[in-house]
Design a protein around this ligand. Structure first.
Ligand code: NAD
Length: 401
């Protein structure tokens, strides 16, 4: 499975192996769900008992993006089927092969026919899923633009819907942060999977003088080489979009400290690469400070106080992840409490919560209630039945007739 991810998506083989390992972890958690979905029972009045049970929804759909062709299907598929549903997966048309391998392995493992199904295609297939009367729930992971469309269209057909959108993750770096750990974590966060991750560091908000850490980030970024320890960008169009953001920032007065434009890889001349790029003196008004670039590009926004840093983070339309790097417990707690994002890292550059905690952002990074993974998956992929029983017709009280 990792080789397929590596070949169809273009991420490095070690990143693809890590992706499949995460899928295994997600599946292991899903296997514990039958033990976790126990209902509740309570005698609510003399001789009257209330009981709740979780039931599957029926037929559910999962629409996936290009950047994690193996892991994102594992956010939804193992939970939906261990909770009793049948699933239709619509993989990204840019990476349709991983899904087929997952289906082959499930068949080999003995999953009955019809429980897991794949529908390929792009917009038209997604619209058909949103409109189809026999589909009870729709989950979506992708850009905010499409997440909004899918949320509105599928809820318009009275379905249960949760859609995860894009991201712009700000990492607040304070002057007392550990130099080595912070520069390593930030560099890995901005460059892993060539920055094509919804949890990638998009911008460092440098509070006060953190020049030593910024120098460390630049030094480390220069050791990340396209085609060696940096994978490809998904398409020519994406490569052009990323490079245009860098050029526009430069024209608006930002300083390019490390420039990844024009990267090529020997013997892979037809591949699309952008090298790690670090841009200093980005201002909050610039597009590169606000919009999702989705490439290995780190903006540095300089401020004097933690309050100014929080104001920038809070003004983002997104809210997937945020992080703070500091040695001060009090400041870490203060920042964690005041950033407007769903997943927060303290001295962690990619703060993905591990099971049983769930994955999911805030603001325009997610539409709908709850999360798709972790314990929240139970709420999303099942419906609750409440049974009230009375066994003592002789009782004098007859308030529940
Ligand atoms: P995308 O929105 O272009 O595509 C996602 C899915 O929607 C694909 O299956 C695609 O076929 C379909 N689609 C595309 N346009 C459509 C339309 N107009 N109507 C209906 N369906 C349509 O996203 P992408 O480029 O594949 O993935 C990258 C995006 O996904 C980034 O914005 C990234 O942040 C986001 N993402 C978010 C998370 C998260 O957890 N929040 C995780 C992974 C990726």
């Amino acid at each position: 499975m990792a080789v397929i991810v590596h070949e169809e998506n273009g991420k490095t083989l070690s990143e693809a192996i890590a992706e499949v390992e995460k899928s295994i972890e997600l599946t292991e958690f899903a296997c514990s769900l039958p033990q976790l979905v126990q209902g509740e029972i309570l005698e609510v009045s003399k001789g009257v008992e209330c009981r709740s049970e979780r039931h599957p929804l029926g037929g559910v759909a999962s629409i996936a993006p290009f950047n994690f062709p193996n892991m994102v299907p594992h956010w939804t598929l193992p939970k939906a089927i261990t909770l009793g549903n049948a699933m239709i997966l619509k993989p990204s048309e840019q990476v349709p092969i991983s899904a087929i391998r997952i289906a082959e392995l499930l068949t080999e493992a003995g999953l009955p026919d019809g429980i897991f199904n794949i529908v390929n295609g792009d917009r038209e297939s997604v619209e058909a899923i949103c409109d189809h009367a026999d589909i009870d729930a729709v989950s979506f992971v992708g850009s905010t633009k499409v997440a909004k469309i899918v949320y509105q269209r599928a809820t318009g057909h009275n379905k249960r819907v949760l859609t995860l959108g894009g991201a712009k993750n700000y990492l607040l770096v304070l002057p007392d942060a550990n130099h080595e750990m912070t520069s390593s974590d930030v560099t890995a966060s901005m460059s892993g999977c060539a920055g094509q991750r919804c949890m990638a560091a998009a911008a460092v908000i440098a509070v006060g003088n953190v020049d030593g850490i910024i120098n460390g980030i630049c030094e480390k970024a220069k050791t990340i080489i396209p085609g060696k320890n940096l994978g490809a960008i998904i398409s020519k169009e994406a490569q052009t979009r990323i490079e245009n953001y860098i050029t526009e920032a430069e024209e608006q007065g930002a300083d390019i400290l490390v420039d990844g434009r024009g990267a090529t890889v020997k013997n892979k001349e037809n591949g699309f690469y952008v090298g790690p790029t670090v841009i200093d003196h980005v201002t909050p008004e610039m597009s590169i400070a606000q919009e999702e670039v989705f490439g290995p590009v780190l903006s540095i926004i300089r401020v004097d106080t933690v309050e100014q840093a929080l104001e920038i983070e809070n003004s983002s339309q997104y809210g997937n992840a945020a992080a703070v790097f500091t040695q001060s417990g009090g400041l870490a707690k203060y920042v964690a409490a005041n950033v407007s994002a769903g997943m927060i890292g303290v001295n962690i550059g990619v703060p993905v919560p591990r099971e049983p905690f769930s994955f999911g952002g805030w603001n325009q990074s997610k539409f709908g209630v709850g999360d798709l993974t972790g314990k929240s998956s139970i709420e999303f992929w099942t419906k609750l039945k409440k049974i009230t029983t009375k066994w003592n017709p002789e009782a004098k009280t007859n308030w529940m007739s």
